[in-house]
Design a protein around this ligand. Structure first.
Ligand code: C2E
Ligand code: MG
Ligand code: MG
Ligand code: MG
Length: 281
């Protein structure tokens, strides 16, 4: 196990606990058990159309309720899942669960909204990833056009050619693609034209600064303009304030997510959003 692992372990365990290899293994075991015993669940955060104020889709975000440690956030366990390889089972579970839930909502007559799932670097780089997605879609009977896959900018930069091939395969299936956390990785804006994506999600670090940091505002404007030139739609992440929404509206950003509209919520609450159908802003 690498040093990075040690650091992640440090952030996860309380200082009074011994941090060692056995604990990493036990956490890996806990995670495997969580998957098989259904301790994981999905929360959903609406994606909202900036112009109309209607929900246009949602993002599924995994949650882990540990029997002793309580709620553990994905920021803590996703890195460990990635290091130990459990991420394969985890991301499969998330994809299957999100597709099933989406099909349930379609069957109940709610207007089908696109459902986005996050995929880790390791998964998107597998040669058989698109095939796996195709199998899960046919197993859950979800029409591919209701599925969106979010890949972080960082993971596409790790093995760009293989990632692009996989993204093209996914696109050919009819699945939508987003680059997540854009601006935090090492690609440049000119890379945008290389990625076969439909959506660009600007990282919340930039969005939070648009009112106070002139450079953040300029960067966000440039991202929106360039994405527009490549016919890619922009999603702003982490919108917490009405004023930020005003900025996005003025600069013709297409969609946003953030606490201003809603935190990620359990399926029942998402369902009540879907059932209301009025404008929220
Ligand atoms: P992400 O995909 O960029 O998801 C956005 C994160 O920002 C979520 O954190 C969400 O709860 C949070 N967020 C949304 N709106 C706001 C806001 O207005 N203010 C603030 N401060 N935060 C906001 P979460 O759910 O803790 O997830 C963290 C990260 O964990 C995700 O970032 C994603 O990279 C990863 N993740 C979550 N679920 C999965 C999964 O199923 N598979 C994989 N591979 N990664 C996942
Ligand atoms: Mg995401
Ligand atoms: Mg993000
Ligand atoms: Mg993120």
């Amino acid at each position: 196990y690498s040093k990075m692992n040690g650091r992640q372990l440090l952030s996860f365990y309380k200082p009074e606990m011994n941090r060692d290899y056995n604990q990493l293994l036990s956490l890996e075991g806990d995670l495997r058990e969580a998957i098989s015993k259904n301790q994981l669940s999905l929360y959903y955060q609406p994606k909202v159309d900036v112009r109309t104020g209607y929900i246009s889709g949602m993002e599924a975000l995994v949650r882990w309720k540990h029997p002793e440690k309580g709620m553990i956030s994905p920021g803590e366990f996703i890195p460990i899942a990635e290091e130990t390889g459990v991420i394969t089972q985890l991301d499969d579970w998330v994809l299957r669960e999100a597709c099933k839930q989406s099909q349930v909502w379609i069957d109940r007559g709610y207007a089908p909204e696109r459902i986005a799932v996050n995929v880790s670097a390791r998964e998107i780089q597998r040669r058989d990833y698109a095939e796996k997605v195709r199998n899960i879609l046919s197993e859950t009977l979800l029409d591919p056009r209701y599925l969106e896959i979010e890949v972080t900018e960082d993971s596409v930069m790790q093995n760009t050619e293989q990632c692009i091939r996989t993204m093209q395969d996914l696109r050919a299936l009819g699945v939508s693609l987003s680059i997540d956390d854009f601006g935090t990785g090492y690609s440049s804006l000119s890379y945008l034209r290389e990625f076969p994506i439909h959506y660009l999600k600007i990282d919340q670090a930039f969005i939070k600064g648009v009112l106070t940091e002139p450079s953040d505002a300029e960067i966000v404007k440039a991202m929106i303009q360039l994405a527009d030139a490549f016919q890619i739609e922009v999603v702003a992440e982490g919108v917490e304030r009405e004023e930020v929404l005003g900025f996005l509206r003025e600069n013709e950003c297409s969609y946003y997510q953030g606490y201003h509209f809603s935190k990620p919520v359990p399926a029942e609450e998402m369902e009540s959003y879907l059932s209301k159908k009025e404008k929220y802003q």
